[in-house]
Write a protein that binds this ligand. Sequence first.
Ligand code: ATP
Ligand code: MG
Length: 218
Amino acid sequence: MEVIKTIDLYKSFQNATLKQDVLRGINITVSQGEFAGIIGPSGSGKTTLLYCLSSLEDITSGQVLVLGKDIAQYTVRDIEEFRKTTIGFVFQFYNLIPNLTVYENILLARVIADKDESGIDEILEKVHLSEFKDYYPNQLSGGMQQRVAIARALVNKPSLIFADEPTGNLDQNNGKEIMNLLSELNQKDNITILLVTHNEDYLSYCNRIFKLIDGKIV
Ligand SMILES: Nc1ncnc2c1ncn2[C@@H]1O[C@H](COP(=O)(O)OP(=O)(O)OP(=O)(O)O)[C@@H](O)[C@H]1O
Ligand SMILES: [Mg+2]
């Protein structure tokens, strides 16, 4: 099944003086269970593409179909539901809330989705952070913080994870650990993954690679 399909996706940014065409006719398909990678130089539009695919950013023209349905036809309610439960987003800079503990950061994702505390302990175990649940983000290493961010993205059991350079700020060992975790989620739990990476070593984890240059897939 096709989880994501784009048809002639264009995205431009317009400010007072400058119009920038960032995505210029993207046609890609990602199927259920795939681990897809997006690579390309800085500024080529990788983050913008992930945002457009995950409904965090509106598109300029074309279509984004998620699970066969055009995002443009989703109601505000559908979009909310989609963000809360269908997808998980892992940001490059973790975006954890500094004055909440590890446990509370993950709990917040449950609360926003109108859900209870169940599943949090299980997910903490999965990312090997059970002993650190009462720690605050600034008491953790970068790799651990990223694992919290992954746990938060996973706790509502999404079928699709977007990860924007999740290893970008990590050393090689921590980076590998994150990649192994994503790979396990993909293979064991059949979660579809769309990963942006700068690191060519990690492309071996992907079963499909999109190369983005100047807003086009080449
Ligand atoms: N909200 C925005 N408003 C205006 N321009 C934007 C906005 N977001 C992105 N851009 C522009 O779009 C272009 C692509 O940015 P994007 O962040 O998608 O690149 P990227 O491929 O993710 O780069 P990097 O590898 O450095 O993260 C850049 O030139 C950027 O200035
Ligand atoms: Mg980026």
